[in-house]
Design a binder for this molecule. Structure first.
Ligand code: FES
Length: 80
């Protein structure tokens, strides 16, 4: 699967609420990182909708190259 453009080579920790649906920016163009702001329009990307089971702090990928979206999987460390 094609990946979006690198926004930042580091994850961001965010408090997420159980039962709420979040939309992770996959294209890398959003101004509301790590979430979608609609900037993918006209690109081949779609945001990834997700929920968390428990209200908790999660580290979401901002490099957009993770193999486990929306979560950081450490891939950003290997980017040039
Ligand atoms: S920020 Fe993308 S894998 Fe860590």
């Amino acid at each position: 699967m094609k990946k979006g453009e690198v926004y930042k080579k580091a994850p961001i920790g965010v408090e997420l609420e159980a039962g709420k649906t979040y939309y992770w920016c996959a294209c890398g163009k959003s101004s509301n990182q790590p979430f979608c702001d609609g900037s993918h329009k006209g690109t081949e990307f779609q945001p990834k909708a997700f929920e968390v089971k428990e209200t908790s702090k999660q580290y979401l990928c901002q490099c957009k190259q993770t193999n486990n979206p929306p979560y950081c999987d450490g891939t950003h460390r290997n980017l040039e």
